[in-house]
Design a protein around this ligand. Structure first.
Ligand code: GAL
Length: 680
């Protein structure tokens, strides 16, 4: 069981934590007192403090000023508010880059990244690391025993701005990392990267660089790119490890977290490999408006819940309303704030927190929404915040309950994301996240619960065994172990569905020979000789009436047991659509009680095919037909959450009037509404 917040002595009744990043250094002490009073009014239980406090805590290399933070922590504690204390290492103070410009990252073009924003440090800088760990030590000594301290919050969104660094430090660390990965054998590295191509053979480790700027019209070695992506994620994890090691040594009873960014297109960190480093999984999520924004939130929350292994996790940041970093920052519509929070709760979050408590008056994010807006507490926003706090108190009994696993999983793999979208591939329109989220959405549309399961080395394998259907969308990187894992899943009676651009390369980004889909070819019983990506806007039609775009493949059936479920008709607007007439588009190879299916194109609507696959596996929606698709059903042990996916009210009569928790409605789900029912 993941340790949850350390509670100060007193009653430890279950509760959903509610709170925000609190940045008291932006305000005078008289505001702090009123902040605590307002937090109590809103039902805030936890505040994340100190994220950007380094310059105030250590104003000069040999000067420490903790007095103000002592006061803040005491005030919060007196107010009954627990503290998630940041190690404060996220953004170094100006004296550091002034004295040590060698901590500044270098971009792919060789330009030094300037200070003046935040996170302007090299993940591999020994100088930065030394200062950061001094600060962590100082924080742990000073506050390890403070009664308000409930958890440590390492750094902040590691990799948000500094995931890629091409500095001399990065180069040295990359070489060390490569030595380790390739067993200290330069020949092994040369083989892994296929350096015979373009005369790239390395004769000495010292020649190896990070994949920075190369001549126009060319691209760095694909094996080097994939290793570099892994290295960048690992380098940040190394920093996390270093801070965690200090905290564990000095305050072994305080749980440690760091806020992930499982959201939208953020892809630099393979969080599946980070989870073992921390006690509590926490995540930041911001909605990027678009036609599928709500479903993307559900996807991210779901994946976070499965990174946490089904145990409760912490929603560390989201926004009460508009953010300030998009091109157009629109406010949330009525109901959206509660819906977003409760959707995260549904997917296992036991803490619902925001960036930030009080909207800044100065600084780069002054137009970012907060719990207390510029207007002050006499505002619709603050009243809505108070109402949410109230609602979460009413849902206290949900706290601690685990996710109820679904029968279906969508596999999510960071290395496949990195490799599938490398340059010099058959189409620059390939979008990994879009394909994965598209399949997840198809399950939501069908009213069938699906888990988004991380495919990282530490987490996949055994995790698949519990599922009836596993969809592995665009699983591009498939080494021998992953291939064996999937074959074992099918042999054991599981139904695997995989899609175009899967199984194509091994762990070193080498094409798997003998025909596509490479490592999955035999399991699927098919063979593809050549990809046939489509021109922008071009479509093809299939004989089940569906339409597809972006990508097609002429599929040859090799194993006689393979059934062709859907064929290309030869119709559509794509220039070469006719060439595919009659060719298999979707195939299924029965294997014992299981099966392995392949979808060779990007379906505009995955629904019709999905329904056939669900029927074949005997999976039916858990909601009555009138609700399936319009409402997302999420289950935690003992509770069913219903989330209205749209803006129109949904009549809940088909559920038979089960009484909802916390005064939520059980007759009608308002547009953007959420309700919680007992699940007994
Ligand atoms: C996060 C960050 C916060 C704040 C927020 C604004 O990336 O951790 O400090 O900047 O975004 O949306």
């Amino acid at each position: 069981m993941t340790p949850w917040l350390r509670r100060t002595p007193g009653p430890t009744h279950p509760r959903i934590e509610f709170g925000a990043d609190y940045n008291p250094e932006q305000w005078t002490p008289d505001v702090w007192a009123s902040d605590v009073a307002l937090m109590r009014e809103a039902g805030v239980t936890v505040a994340t403090v100190g994220v950007f406090s380094w310059a105030r805590l250590q104003p000069a290399p040999d000067r420490w000023e903790f007095g103000w933070l002592d006061e803040v922590l005491d005030l919060l504690h007196e107010g009954g508010i627990a503290v998630d204390l940041a190690t404060a290492t996220a953004s170094p103070p100006p004296w550091m880059h002034h004295r040590h410009p060698e901590i500044l990252p270098v971009d792919a073009d060789g330009r030094t990244v300037g200070p003046g924003g935040r996170q302007h440090w090299r993940p591999t800088s020994p100088v930065f690391r030394r200062y950061a760990l001094d600060l962590v030590r100082a924080m742990a000594h000073r506050y390890g025993e403070h009664p308000a301290l409930a958890a440590w919050h390492v750094s902040n969104e590691l990799g948000c701005h500094n995931v890629e660094d091409h500095s001399p430090d990065a180069r040295i660390a990359f070489r060390d990392w490569l030595r380790e990965r390739h067993g200290g054998d330069l020949d092994a590295l040369n083989r892994a990267w296929g350096t015979s191509f373009w005369s790239q053979h390395h004769g000495d480790w010292e020649e190896i660089r990070t994949p920075g700027r190369v001549p126009a019209g060319t691209h760095p070695n694909p094996g080097q790119q994939l290793d570099f992506a892994r290295f960048c994620s690992d380098a940040l994890r190394e920093h996390l490890r270093a801070e965690v090691a200090v905290l564990r040594e000095l305050t072994p009873d305080v749980p440690v977290t760091t806020n992930f960014m499982v959201m939208n297109e953020t892809r630099g960190m393979d969080y599946a490999t980070w989870v073992p480093e921390i006690d509590i999984v926490s995540n930041d999520h911001y909605v990027v408006p678009g036609p599928h924004a709500r479903d993307e939130l559900s996807f991210s929350a779901n994946l976070t819940g499965n990174l946490a292994g089904g145990a409760p996790w912490w929603l560390m940041e989201h926004s009460t309303s508009a953010v300030s970093w998009q091109e157009i920052n629109r406010p949330k519509r009525p109901g959206e704030m509660h819906r977003d929070a409760l959707t995260h709760l549904a997917h296992g979050a036991d803490a619902i927190c925001y960036f930030q408590w009080r909207q800044s008056a100065a600084g780069a994010e002054k137009f970012h929404s907060a719990m207390v807006p510029h207007t002050g507490p006499d505002s619709r926003m603050f009243r809505d915040v108070v109402a949410l706090g109230d609602r979460l108190r009413g849902l206290a009994e949900v706290a601690g309950s685990r996710r109820v696993p679904a029968r279906v999983a969508v596999l999510f793999d960071w290395p496949s994301w990195w490799a599938a979208e490398q340059p010099f591939t058959p189409s620059d329109r390939v979008r990994y996240k879009d394909e994965a989220a598209g399949w997840y959405r198809a399950f939501l549309d069908a009213g069938v619960r699906a888990d988004v399961v991380p495919a990282g080395a530490e987490l996949a394998g055994a995790a698949l065994a519990g599922y009836d259907i596993v969809v592995a969308p665009m699983l591009h990187v498939v080494g021998p172990e992953r291939a064996a894992e999937l074959a074992a899943f099918v042999d054991a009676g599981g139904h695997l569905v995989t899609t175009w651009w899967s199984g194509i390369v091994d762990d070193h980004a080498h094409a798997v020979l003998g025909g596509y889909p490479g490592a999955l070819r035999e399991l699927l019983g098919i063979r593809v000789e050549e990809f046939a990506p489509l021109e922008p806007g071009g479509t093809v039609t299939l004989d089940d009436g569906s339409v597809a775009d972006v990508w097609t493949e002429p599929v040859d059936v090799v194993d006689p047991s393979v059934e062709v479920l859907v064929r290309y008709t030869g119709g559509g607007t794509a220039v070469a659509a006719a060439d595919l007439a009659g060719s298999p588009a979707v195939t299924r190879r029965p294997v014992g009680r299981g099966s392995a299916s392949y979808v060779s194109t990007r379906l505009a609507d995955r629904g019709p095919l999905l329904r056939r696959l669900l029927d074949a596996a005997g999976i039916v929606p858990e909601l009555p037909g009138e609700l399936a698709g319009r409402v997302e059903l999420v289950r935690r042990e003992g509770f069913r959450f219903l989330v209205n996916r749209g803006d129109a009210p949904v009549d809940l009569a088909p559920l038979g009037g089960i009484e909802a928790l916390a005064g939520l409605r059980s007759d009608v789900l308002p547009g953007r509404g959420v309700t919680v029912l007992p699940d007994r």
